[in-house]
Design a protein around this ligand. Structure first.
Ligand code: SPD
Length: 432
């Protein structure tokens, strides 16, 4: 290599003025531009000036990307500086050109640290800046400061990770990553959202499974035929497979990459895929439910991701109408319901949507602690296709012996009823 780094000075002209004044869109584009070029994002900071203009920097392990915009001139001045030969700054350039809708542009590439003009010191002993030299599990110092952030424009949850990326694939649906966090073990991330971590996944997977399975069993006996929509990491089917009365669980996951990644890197979560009772279908869960034979499932569990990309259709009345048809009489449906704090509108809308499909007294909201989802407060919506109540008709003793025999870590027979008790502000959100 003739230089330590490459620095492209870019003039983006005739850009979309609204985009040039949208700090959130610009930050997202700059971060995405770094990632798409193969850079590891360390941090980003962006600022909106009043009334116009945005400045910001994305610090990457390989240097930085920086921007200053003048929306009133439809103009952005951008620096793309990368070191080493693993990241191509021109990939970022192409991405940003489209994102900013720049109709004319110019770019000048400079070598930084030309090895014709600088020479490596002989005597200076510099410790290599590489996290692999440090074992965080043994409590040694980590010298990388890389954060994964799940956020909207106002709030975020960040997990520090070691920089180790075990899996990273983009496909027609989404970006699937398995990263190693420092405090929560390995984690599955879809696009820029945390799906599960080794340390706390049992909160989510036990809660999306057992209240519904126990409510069904209390009223109608053991669930024999269960359908899981989504749930590609395998955590939900792992919990369903704990029921001795289960005959079959069909899981419909749209993205085979999620299953492949988790089987390989999260085996404690994805451990039941070879169970003969599991029927894994890679396909569209929305279409599957539409085509399902009426009255065929005892319990349906909708374990989708947030309502963006392929999971959007899991938040519609049409989908829940089809789920209701596919449920047996006295069947139970449960779906992840987002956060009353982080996604308050979606949380309320989903509850209303389910009350349109089922009667209002057949839809029940549960809350639990999802420590690695933004806000930490997460919900489930549970609907029953019959005249029974998941708490009043709950058989506590049956649940207790199940819990004790299966060594659960979050759900228990007391928590079952407690999870349906809502804080006053949440009751008000749902107009109760
Ligand atoms: N914001 C995260 C919501 C994710 C819900 N599904 C998680 C999949 C775990 N099986």
């Amino acid at each position: 290599m003739k230089a330590l780094g490459r620095h492209i000075l870019v003039e983006f002209m005739n850009c979309n003025a609204d985009v040039m004044n949208d700090v959130s869109a610009i930050e997202n584009s700059m971060v995405e531009a770094a990632q798409i070029a193969g850079a590891t994002v360390i941090n980003s900071t962006f600022h909106h000036f009043s009334p116009y203009g945005v400045s910001g920097v994305v610090v990457i392990q390989e240097s930085h990307l920086a921007i200053h915009t003048w929306p009133e001139y439809n103009y952005a001045a951008v620096d793309l500086f990368t070191c080493g030969d693993t990241v191509d700054p021109w990939v970022s350039f192409e991405y940003l050109k489209k994102a900013f809708q720049s109709a004319s542009y110019s770019a000048l590439e400079m070598n930084r640290g030309s090895t014709h003009t600088i020479k490596k010191g002989e005597t200076l002993q510099v410790k290599p800046n590489n996290a692999i030299d440090y074992d965080y599990k043994q409590g040694h110092k980590i010298n990388r400061n890389v954060w994964f952030t799940d956020k909207d424009e106002n709030q975020a949850l960040s997990l520090r990770y070691t920089g180790e990326v075990f899996f990273d694939e983009r496909n027609e649906f989404q970006r699937v990553r398995i990263l190693e966090s420092t405090a929560y073990g390995k984690m599955l991330a879809i696009d820029d959202m945390v799906m599960c971590t080794e340390r706390d996944e049992h909160h989510y997977h036990e809660m999306i499974t057992h209240p519904a399975m126990q409510a069904y069993e209390s009223f109608a006996g053991p669930a024999k035929n269960v359908l899981v929509i989504g749930g590609g990491d395998g955590g939900t089917i792992r919990e369903v497979c704990k029921y001795p009365g289960l005959e079959k669980v069909t899981m419909v996951e749209i993205d085979e990459a999620v299953v492949r990644a988790c089987k390989q890197h999260l085996p404690s979560i994805a451990r039941e895929f070879s169970n003969p009772k599991v029927n894994l279908i890679i396909g569209d869960g929305i279409q599957f439910v539409k085509d399902a034979k009426p009255e065929s499932y005892d319990v349906i569990i909708v374990d989708g991701s947030d309502p963006a990309g392929p999971a959007e259709g899991l938040f519609t009345t049409a989908f829940y109408e089809n789920c209701k048809t596919a449920l047996k009489p006295n069947g139970v449906l449960v779906t992840q319901g987002e956060s009353p704090m982080f996604h308050s509108e979606t949380f309320v809308e989903l509850n209303q949507c389910m009350k349109k499909v089922f009667a209002a007294n057949q839809v029940h909201t549960l809350l639990f602690h999802a420590t690695t989802y933004p806000s930490g407060m997460w919900s489930l919506q549970l609907a029953v296709k019959g005249q029974f109540h998941p708490v009043k008709d709950f058989k506590k003793d049956t649940a207790k012996s199940f819990v004790n025999s299966k060594d659960l870590r979050y759900y228990n027979e007391e928590l079952h009823s407690a999870a349906f008790v809502l804080p006053t502000f949440v009751q008000k959100m749902l107009n109760r």
